[in-house]
Design a protein around this ligand. Structure first.
Ligand SMILES: [Zn+2]
Length: 269
């Protein structure tokens, strides 16, 4: 069958995906060996090298020499039992179709083959349908626009060039949307999912207003005391920065802003 993870693009499945084998095993056409190529663009998340055949091994040792690629869209692919001597390193950028290794029997293997897994977040899914298909992007709920303020909740943002992936920032502003590349998008639960290397997210630096000595109950007076514009329009702007999107000047909303101000926690730009 056609198969985009082998250089010659043909494979024979030797073991299917089951509950006890959350992967597919394959060899090349006519039971030959082949170079293994990356399913999609990504960054090497895990690379393990230097092992020979270890029948009966368990855990990650059972993979032998293997590579796990983070495709930065919530999906990962894993290629196991590779030939010793991988010429790649962790965090290295990988292109779709790039040779990443050669079929072998390192780890817990009974014959040379590729053991191929697809991970969605922390769970292995059936890779069969992706042998000739891009990984899905169903999670995309909404694409960000320039100027959107995003909160990044435990998801990594790729930085420029070969730098290590890192939790760059927790809050920032989308400053650039690039044509023809993947741009940042929202995952379920409001998480930001993926940020292209070329999309810059800059940390939004807020300053804070404070009027800790104010004893009254008027946001207008409290702002006036510290020489800050207290007009409705400006209060509406302050409200938005402080997470009130539907500011109408109600007593509750004004009290909320006033309390932030008294605590020195009223954000402004
Ligand atoms: Zn397998």
């Amino acid at each position: 069958m056609d198969c985009r993870v082998l250089k010659k693009r043909k494979c024979i499945i030797t073991q299917d995906y089951t509950n006890s084998h959350a992967a597919i095993d394959m060899v090349g056409d006519n039971y030959t060996l082949d170079d293994i190529i990356a399913h999609s663009d990504g960054i090497i998340d895990i690379i393990q090298d230097g092992y020979g055949n270890m029948k009966g091994s368990s855990g990650t040792l059972s993979y032998g020499n293997y590579i796990k690629i983070n495709h930065q869209n919530g999906y990962y692919t894993l290629y196991a039992h590779l030939k010793n001597g991988l010429n790649l390193k962790k965090n290295q950028k990988i292109n779709k179709g790039q040779i990443i290794g050669y079929m072998s029997d390192s780890g817990n293997a009974y014959g040379k083959h590729l053991h191929f897994e697809v991970w969605k977040e922390n769970k292995r899914i059936n890779p069969t349908e992706y042998l000739n298909k891009d990984l899905p992007f169903e999670e995309i709920k909404q694409q960000y626009q320039i100027g959107d303020i995003v909160t990044i909740n435990g998801v990594y943002v790729s930085s420029k060039s070969q730098e290590k992936l890192r939790p760059l920032i927790t809050e920032g502003e989308i400053t650039k949307i690039i044509e023809n590349v993947r741009n940042p998008y929202l995952l379920e639960n409001g998480k930001i999912g993926w940020v292209n290397n070329d999309v810059i997210i800059s940390k939004k630096e807020y300053k804070y207003l404070s009027n800790e000595n104010y004893k009254g109950n008027s946001i207008v007076d409290a702002l006036n005391e510290i020489n800050i514009n207290s007009s409705y329009q400006y209060r509406k702007k302050l409200a938005k920065i402080n997470d009130i999107n539907n500011y109408q000047g109600t007593a509750d909303q004004n009290l909320y802003l006033l309390n932030l101000l008294k605590q020195g926690k009223l954000k402004y730009e």
